[in-house]
Design a protein around this ligand. Structure first.
Ligand code: SAM
Length: 251
């Protein structure tokens, strides 16, 4: 079957119709091998960080972070991400919580030469490309990230192996945490560190929970969560239908 008449086509037509009735704009965003369709109803009134999404970010997860931020309001607490890579999600967190301290935990050594746009609009691509072949634990990507994060002055970079790098932060409290690591032992270590430090009313976004159709990593990450619940009691859980199979834990 061609595009016309396919489920995708019918869904697109439906979204086009809804958008027209509501006088809204409809964007289609290429994302890997599929296309994400969304209407812009709430976006039209709630001022999302749209510039960050139009190039194809994980819209559902990143927009959910912004909506969680609206629920959090003025409640106190720091924000954090474990597993930062090139900062795609860290940018959204930093943008959503401009006045809060953002703790970032990663080895910051896996830059592979993709384009990185800095906040003044220049591209750090050449710098990253120059270091492409040196992606090793000695490579320090934090300088590139500082140029990409909108409020980098509020960011604390914990470079190295987590949980070792979290030792100075034992007394910190968090209102929002993103854990986005592909290794299940790190998932458990992340939950073990952050869950007891998550404040009442806080959100923890755990990526790679429902990811890649129940593959091995997926199953082991679920096991990490089961183990954490045994240690800390049952979590309040909301799964998201986003690209990374995120589970939201609310305290
Ligand atoms: C999937 S990427 C993160 C993607 C990122 N959150 C984003 O939205 O673009 C996973 C990252 O976790 C980091 N990571 C995994 N285990 C780690 C550990 N034990 N200590 C430090 N960093 C770790 C890796 O270095 C990698 O950059």
């Amino acid at each position: 079957m061609g595009l016309k008449g396919s489920l995708f086509w019918n869904t697109l037509r439906l979204h086009q119709w809804v958008a027209k009735q509501s006088n809204l704009r409809l964007l289609t965003i290429p994302r890997g091998d599929f296309t994400c369709i969304r209407t812009m109803g709430y976006d039209a009134v709630s001022k999302p960080a749209l510039g960050l999404y139009e190039k194809g970010g994980d819209y559902c997860r990143h927009r959910a972070i912004e909506l969680a931020r609206e629920e959090i309001g003025d409640k106190p607490g720091n924000v954090a991400e474990l597993g930062v890579y090139k900062g795609e999600t860290a940018k959204v967190i930093n943008h959503a919580f401009p006045d809060r301290k953002l703790f970032l935990y990663d080895t910051f050594s896996f830059f592979d030469g993709g384009p990185l746009e800095t906040k003044d609009g220049t591209s750090a691509r050449n710098y990253a490309e120059a270091h492409r072949n040196n992606a090793s634990p000695s490579f320090d990507g934090t300088e590139i990230l500082k140029k990409c994060l909108p409020y980098s002055e509020n960011c604390v970079f914990r470079k190295g192996y987590f949980p070792d790098t979290a030792a100075p932060d034992a007394d910190e409290k968090f209102i929002f945490v993103s854990i986005d690591v592909d290794f299940c032992d790190t998932v458990y270590k992340g939950l073990e560190f952050f869950y007891p430090r998550l404040l009442e009313g806080g959100y923890l976004f755990l990526a790679v929970y429902n990811f890649a159709c129940e593959n091995d990593v997926d199953r082991r990450c679920k096991q990490a969560l089961i183990d954490a619940e045994k240690a800390f009691g049952p979590f309040k859980k909301v799964p998201l239908p986003d690209w990374r199979g995120t589970l939201v834990i609310v305290k």
